[in-house]
Ligand binder design. Structure first.
Ligand SMILES: *[C@@H]1O[C@H](CO)[C@@H](O)[C@H](O)[C@H]1NC(C)=O
Ligand SMILES: *[C@@H]1O[C@H](CO)[C@@H](O)[C@H](O)[C@H]1NC(C)=O
Ligand SMILES: *[C@@H]1O[C@H](CO)[C@@H](O)[C@H](O)[C@H]1NC(C)=O
Length: 289
């Protein structure tokens, strides 16, 4: 009894839930295709359009309650002289609808911008072509909205830059893939289909890291060679260092004349190549003889 009640509840829950939104929705030469989100036999799809000067969404008459996963939307192009329509698709099942998904265009068209991407270290340049009819007719009132974000993020209506011509987006994370979508705007209002996302890898900047590494390795090698040499002279040849540090001074000829014995003692303790202390070598016995 309890199991049957639970089963009915689950079925009712499944029937009353809104269907999942279609995925991978895009237009290629005015043929709109999408991937059904679930293998549901009774899910249908409806395409809506919004023209250049209108804020309302209307049904594309040939694409209402479609059970297939494509629809020819060529007829909507005639709704505006520049072909500036926006399109969206939603799934419906048992009178419930999914969230609508905005349609993007795989290629530039009469109202979809042509663009190419040029990644640089930490930045991305979006080259835009102003050869579409909207730019010709409306000049600087028609701009481009460049949406960008990391791969996998939802791009539309997130971060964007408005640009008349090509634009460079700075301060991007190096080694990360970024995606770009571009849409025409007219007096700040989105018009026409946005392009589908294009993604590129932002390269790492090499110009900084390489010389630093070379400098560090060079410094290490110099230190490794220099430390034993300095240590050798400090421990074994302190007299050499004293010699180098002594200011040049000539003794007068007769300086040691009255002290011949002393003179002998000094000459007998001439520095040798041995590693020893010169001072301790002068013993009291030697001085007394
Ligand atoms: C568009 O089609 C849907 C589904 O058939 C319908 O419910 C809706 O009323 C239609 N909208 C217009 C404006 O005709
Ligand atoms: C879409 O329909 C138009 C006519 O309405 C036709 O010329 C075109 O070939 C069709 N496109 C496809 C891909 O079937
Ligand atoms: C606009 O420029 C793109 C490339 O920059 C080119 O592929 C396209 O054919 C051009 N379109 C027109 C209408 O000139």
């Amino acid at each position: 009894m309890l199991f049957r009640v639970l089963f009915i509840l689950v079925v009712v829950q499944a029937l009353s839930a809104s269907p999942p939104a279609p995925q991978n929705v895009h237009v290629d030469n005015w043929l709109l295709t999408w991937t059904p989100a679930a293998e549901e036999g009774d899910t249908t799809y409806t395409v809506e359009y919004s023209s250049f000067d209108s804020f309302v969404w209307k049904n594309v008459t040939s694409c209402v309650h479609k059970s297939s996963n494509s629809c020819n939307v060529t007829s909507t192009k005639a709704e505006d002289e520049h072909g500036c329509v926006r399109l969206r698709v939603q799934a419906e099942r048992h009178g419930l609808t999914s969230t609508p998904v905005e349609v993007c265009s795989r290629h530039g068209d009469s109202c979809t911008p042509y663009f190419s991407l040029m990644p640089g270290p930490g930045s991305l340049t979006v080259h835009l072509s102003r050869n579409h009819s909207l730019a010709r007719d409306y000049a600087d009132h028609a701009k481009h909205r460049v949406y960008y974000g990391k791969e996998g993020e939802s791009l539309l209506y997130a971060k964007y830059e408005d640009a008349l011509a090509s634009v460079t987006i700075p301060e991007l994370q190096e080694g990360q893939r970024y995606c770009v979508q571009v849409q025409n705007i007219y007096f700040g209002k989105c018009v026409g289909l946005p392009t589908c996302p294009q993604c590129v890898l932002i390269p790492e900047s090499k110009k900084d890291s390489k010389p630093t590494v070379i400098l560090a390795v060079g410094l290490m090698m110099v230190l490794v060679l220099l430390i034993p040499v300095i240590a050798y002279f400090l421990i074994c040849k302190p007299e050499r260092i004293k010699e180098w540090l002594r200011p040049p001074y000539e003794l007068p000829e007769d300086f040691l004349e009255p002290f011949p014995d002393h003179h002998l003692a000094i000459s007998s303790s001439s520095p040798t190549e041995e590693c020893w202390n010169v001072i301790t070598s002068i013993s009291p016995q030697e001085l007394s003889t």
